[in-house]
Design a protein around this ligand. Structure first.
Ligand code: GDP
Ligand code: IMO
Ligand code: MG
Length: 429
């Protein structure tokens, strides 16, 4: 398998968790490299459903190692809760390592996230409210607190006090909100430190040694290309780098050790939160896709906005991530729709454009240019080979692949592990 980076090619929720869990069988190590518990990755194994927010989606394979890289922002309350919930369910977890360089999320980050959204009013981003943005702000402002600080009592106490003093002033005087209690946070975080200490390590050294020894490593992106702080639909983005380059920064590896990059895309498109979405369906068909695809957020339960597959986005994702293959998920959800549309270009001020625009107002003014293809009625959830799919399903896939300019490696025809069709051995590195 070598080293494979798996990224979301749309606005998140593409089914990265399921694909990571599926591919983890062939990996030795699964690494999360950015984001935090804004992510919600649903993995279905047998009759059981697991909703993971911080633990990498390889965690259900007990013989593997999972790594939370330095680029992740860790809310220790959520992480401890997730570990304990798996233990309570009797799940034997993969070995877990957490980077000592990973930054922490504190209660004041969550409060600031909410206060800032409230201040923005109608212009709000629609964040998950998990404190992700403010935690990355602190990291960049060089006032963040890292996992290694949490394990050193004196350093932790000093840095926490500095932060709480300033954040309380900000909350109370600028946002007219209530501040937080320093002793309460200190005590709670001391308890998290006691639980998490055994997992904290220099994961950069671990990954370097593993890659040098020829281990198979899967880097699991959270969110998606269009939520990337640089390449996404700014400002309606998250505060990290979900694109493939983020794997280098967020895991501490060099770009030359990456063998393959896989883009995960739904057979249609969804988005949660605010921001432009050219192929959005605001009608009954959008609702039908939402119902059939159970498109409600894993983290916040919000209804996801649904629309047609957008090949302009797929080509953009191919370029900024250097994708080798596309994995097309949730193809089964399109069953029973008589005519399917794929957006091949945008029309802007009377001209066709094929490059994804940077400006929000330009994107909002873009009209999708569609191709139409006939749908299919057959149930495809039992298909396990490409040949098992109806002719119209294969034609849809072929067109999607050709417009995206990428070969398709995997196809998802249902949420379970085994509901996966492997078309290309993208992992024979
Ligand atoms: P992620 O954030 O990219 O991991 O995606 P989510 O887990 O938030 O959302 C994807 C949802 O679709 C989850 O509920 C999955 O169980 C489900 N899912 C994944 N792949 C498929 C598929 O091929 N078909 C169907 N019907 N559901 C899928
Ligand atoms: P997974 O990993 C879909 C969206 C939020 C909001 C914007 C910023 O499950 O694909 P944030 O809380 O990150 O500051 O919110 O990003 N968002 C996601 N949308 N899937 C996700 O993760 C997301 N994580 C954040 O809805 O629009
Ligand atoms: Mg999700």
């Amino acid at each position: 398998m070598g080293t494979v980076v798996l990224v979301g090619a749309q606005w998140g929720d593409e089914g990265k968790g399921k694909v990571t869990d599926f591919l983890a069988a062939r990996a030795d190590i699964v690494v999360r490299y950015q984001g935090g518990n804004n992510a919600g990755h649903t993995v279905v194994v047998g009759e059981e459903e697991f909703r993971l927010h911080l633990l990498p989606s390889g965690i259900l394979h007990p013989e593997k190692t999972c790594v939370i890289g330095n680029g992740v922002v860790v809310d220790p309350a959520v992480l401890v809760g997730e570990i304990e919930s798996l233990k309570r369910r009797g799940i034997k977890m993969a070995r877990l390592l957490i980077s000592e360089r990973a930054h922490l999320i504190f209660p004041y980050h969550r409060l600031l996230d909410g206060a800032e959204e409230k201040r923005k009013g109608n212009g709000r981003i629609g964040t998950t409210g998990r404190g992700i943005g403010p935690a990355y702000v602190d990291k960049m402002a060089r006032v963040g607190i890292r996992m290694s600080d949490l394990l050193e009592d004196a350093t932790f106490s000093r840095r926490l006090e500095e932060n709480v003093t300033f954040k309380n002033a900000l909350l109370e005087r600028v946002y007219d909100a209530e501040g937080v209690s320093l002793p309460e946070i200190f005590d709670a975080y001391r308890e998290y430190a006691a639980i998490l200490r055994e997992y904290v390590a220099d994961t950069g050294v671990f990954l370097h040694q593993a890659i040098t020894a020829g281990k198979n490593v899967l880097f699991e992106g959270a969110q998606g290309t269009l939520l990337d702080i640089d390449h996404g639909t700014y400002p309606f983005v998250t505060s990290s780098s979900p694109t493939a380059g983020g794997a280098c920064l967020g895991a501490g590896i060099g770009p030359r050790v990456i063998d393959r990059v896989l883009g995960i895309a739904k057979a249609y498109t969804t988005r949660v939160g605010g921001g432009p979405f050219p192929t959005e369906l605001k009608d009954e068909l959008g609702e039908k896709i939402r119902d059939q695809g159970r498109e409600f957020g894993t983290t916040t339960g919000r209804a996801r906005r649904c629309g047609w597959f957008d090949a302009v986005i797929a080509r953009y994702a191919a370029r900024v991530n250097g994708l080798d293959y596309l994995c097309v998920t949730k193809l089964d959800v399109l069953t029973g729709i008589p005519v399917l549309k794929i957006c091949r270009a945008y029309r802007y001020q009377g001209k066709e454009i094929t490059d994804f625009p940077a400006s929000t107002s330009v994107l909002e003014a873009c009209e999708p240019v569609y191709e139409e293809l006939p749908g299919w009625e057959e149930d495809i959830t039992g298909a396990r080979r490409l040949e098992d799919l109806p002719e119209n399903t294969r034609r849809y896939l072929e067109r999607l692949s050709s417009l995206a300019g990428l070969p398709v490696a995997l196809i998802g025809v249902g949420p379970r592990r085994e509901q996966t069709i492997v078309c290309h051995d993208a992992f024979a590195c």
